[in-house]
Design a protein around this ligand. Sequence first.
Ligand code: GLN
Length: 456
Amino acid sequence: TEACLSAIETSDALNAFVHKTPEIALERARAADARIKAGDAPAMCGLPIGIKDLFCTQGVPSQAGSRILEGFLPQYESTVSQQLADAGAVMLGKLNMDEFAMGSSNETSVYGAAVSPWRRSESETALTPGGSSGGSAAAVAADLCLAATGTDTGGSIRQPAAFTGTVGIKPTYGRCSRWGVVAFASSLDQAGPMTKSVRDAAIMLGAMAGHDPKDSTSMDIPVPDFEAMLTGDIKGKKIGIPKEYRIEGTPDEIETLWADGAAMLKAAGAEIVDISLPHTKYALPAYYVIAPAEASSNLARYDGVRYGHRATLEAGDGITEMYEKTRAEGFGHEVQRRVMIGTYVLSAGFYDAYYNRARKVRTLIKKDFEDAFAQGVDAILTPATPSSAFGLGEMGQTDPVQMYLNDVFTVTVNLAGLPGIAVPAGLDHQGLPLGLQLIGRPWEEGDLLNTAYALE
Ligand code: GLN
């Protein structure tokens, strides 16, 4: 814990930790020491971790990367961060992220972007660690903590993991409690671990997962010992390669890496089969209707009364001006854009044309995966991202859709509620990490982790 705290002190340039909690960390580390001495050490006893700013942490600033939550000190702890603390993990502080988890580069954060510890071999351009869990990825990759929590609505665990050479798993929807996790798109949001290895991910997911009566969408099914399932034996497993993920413009080196990954699994005894997920091309548009729709509803609660920031009002201003000024000041541009899109697609007259249609597409995407699993496929292998990390300020400045395209391989998994994991797969020609994604059957994170273990 002390080593991590001093590494954090000398790594301000990465802008990964936006709120440090050294007193809490040292107190928990001492408690962990005592538990170890008493021979009562739980799974993560004494392990220093970072917590994404999206998780409410009791008495500790929790701003979801937004100005509108300035000064908000939660009265309660999120279930996931509480379970991690119960498992002995030591919280070092809160990690940077895109505002309300909306983004793929951490650039929408009120704190400014987190910076990747990676650099292109030929230049010094500061690179994005990805987003929205950019602070988590940067912190783990730079050894500021042993692991971190992330959340993933459309790829926010897997894309930053791929960009930083770390491991990130988005569990099955309902595996981890969303209680106390600031809501973005409630039917898509899931918490998950970001770690240095598949084994660490297995251990940490075990501590984070489980039924929570406070979240009606968390499932009451047993959490297996994920770590014990890491045998590396994948003989006879059927791995699907979906042809729709071969999209135009994907760099050759990503194609090569994907083929190499398949070859590695084959060499370990798996059977590689070509599959089709025919509705893949509709996933991104459907996601960018459904996620903003849910966000516009979830963010209605930030009204200047109940939480955080309130605009300074002028004489004569009424409650409407208070809402308007507070929300105009408190939300950044990307969040405002999503609230507008969401409100639009949910409005009378447009609801059927956009929101309802997107929901139908979502059902078809889910069915594509069900059909593949019904054919005996155990896991699906795809690239995690269409490129390696891009430079800060290089993407989406004039056209937000350019940024959205980054999520093309990850959003399908959230729409279908499935578990997906990103594992480091090698470096590109610039010396930057690239990741592969494995998608598993619902509730079979153990199997998925084991397949990823064979790929690691
Ligand atoms: N980049 C996607 C978005 O902006 C996903 C974000 C996430 O998973 N939280 O919506």
